[in-house]
Write a protein that binds this ligand. Structure first.
Ligand SMILES: NC(=O)c1ccc[n+]([C@@H]2O[C@H](COP(=O)([O-])OP(=O)(O)OC[C@H]3O[C@@H](n4cnc5c(N)ncnc54)[C@H](OP(=O)(O)O)[C@@H]3O)[C@@H](O)[C@H]2O)c1
Length: 277
């Protein structure tokens, strides 16, 4: 049955998710901090949420989520469900859950994996933390933008898993950059190297996606350097809280910070390779 969905945050993913929801027959009401020219755009987040069954957040980070939620909170009601798809820190996930409990509305901790292309095709994969009843209620909405929905446990579990998997992706792209740098500098053709990696156990979907574009110096943004940097910091905070040292992602995080300081914040995070160009 068609639902009314407020989509807040129309960046790389939110704009495409909103299109998929509309194509699936839902009534979509969007809002973005920077005004945008779209048929379904509302002037304020409160206006977008009015009368909606679901509020889907595709915002940058914890700061954005807190700012936007504080604006919409007084207008929310217990019949609504808030779906947070932004990758945020665990503290903000728990804060958002508590805020929704105060309102009496449903809440799912539901970050995703899949990038610009997957979002355009409606084939994201959601990691979900929350109760089963809210997930069952939200299923038709999540399905419209995804190919898989994985229920991981209570609120917080999806945030933790999402940050852990991004730790792997950031570290992998740093490793690919280093490997591409040494092979190139010793005269190995980048196509030969890419094919060799893909025949190796270390080959991965990420390597297949990123190595050819890195070798071509194409850093068209699918997932930005600044967003991967924030996620590395959230992962480091999880480690800190658990008393664990993570030297690998700490170094990669510093490399991403260097690239951001050099003006590459809005490029794809595979621009880590620019350090070796
Ligand atoms: N792209 C990917 O491949 C990918 C994959 C997995 C997870 N994610 C996560 O999904 C979320 C969205 O990703 P994205 O790639 O779409 O990011 P993005 O293109 O950087 O878009 C970020 C969105 O957040 C808004 N925003 C930022 N700060 C705000 C604030 N203080 N108040 C209100 N709105 C604010 C931006 O609005 P403005 O237009 O006004 O700046 C924009 O709509 C992020 O948490 C990201 O880490 C992304």
């Amino acid at each position: 049955m068609a639902k009314t969905i407020a989509v807040l945050g129309l960046g790389i993913i939110g704009s495409r998710a909103a299109d998929c929801l509309r194509k699936d027959g839902h009534l979509v009401r969007c809002w973005n901090r920077t005004p945008m020219d779209r048929e379904d755009i509302c002037d304020t987040a409160v206006e977008a949420c009015a009368g909606s069954d679901f509020v889907a957040l595709y915002l940058k980070d914890g700061i954005a989520v807190r700012e936007v939620f504080e604006k919409i909170k007084p207008s929310l009601n217990p019949q609504q469900v808030v779906l947070n798809h932004s990758t945020i820190d665990l503290e903000t996930t728990n804060w958002l859950h508590a805020q929704c409990q105060e309102v009496g509305c449903g809440f799912l901790d539901s970050p995703f994996t899949g990038s610009k292309v997957a979002a355009g095709e409606g084939s994201l994969v959601y990691y979900v933390g929350g109760d089963k009843e809210t997930l069952v209620l939200s299923h038709p909405v999540l399905e419209a933008t995804s190919k898989e929905i994985k229920h991981l446990g209570p609120v917080g579990s999806a945030t933790i898993v999402k940050l852990a998997t991004n730790l792997i992706s950031a570290s992998t792209v740093q490793a690919l950059s280093e490997a591409l740098a040494i092979t190139k500098s010793h005269g190995i053709d980048s196509k030969v190297f890419t094919e060799s990696v893909l025949s190796n156990a270390c080959g991965s979907v990420l390597a297949k996606m990123k190595l050819p574009t890195m070798a071509d110096g194409d850093y068209d943004t699918h997932f930005s350097m600044e967003n991967m940097l924030k996620d590395s910091r959230f992962a480091l905070k999880l480690a800190d809280d658990a008393g664990i040292d993570l030297p690998g992602i700490r170094t990669t995080s510093e490399c991403m910070q260097n690239r951001c300081e050099k003006g590459d914040a809005r490029l794809d995070f595979s621009a880590l390779f620019k350090a070796y160009e």
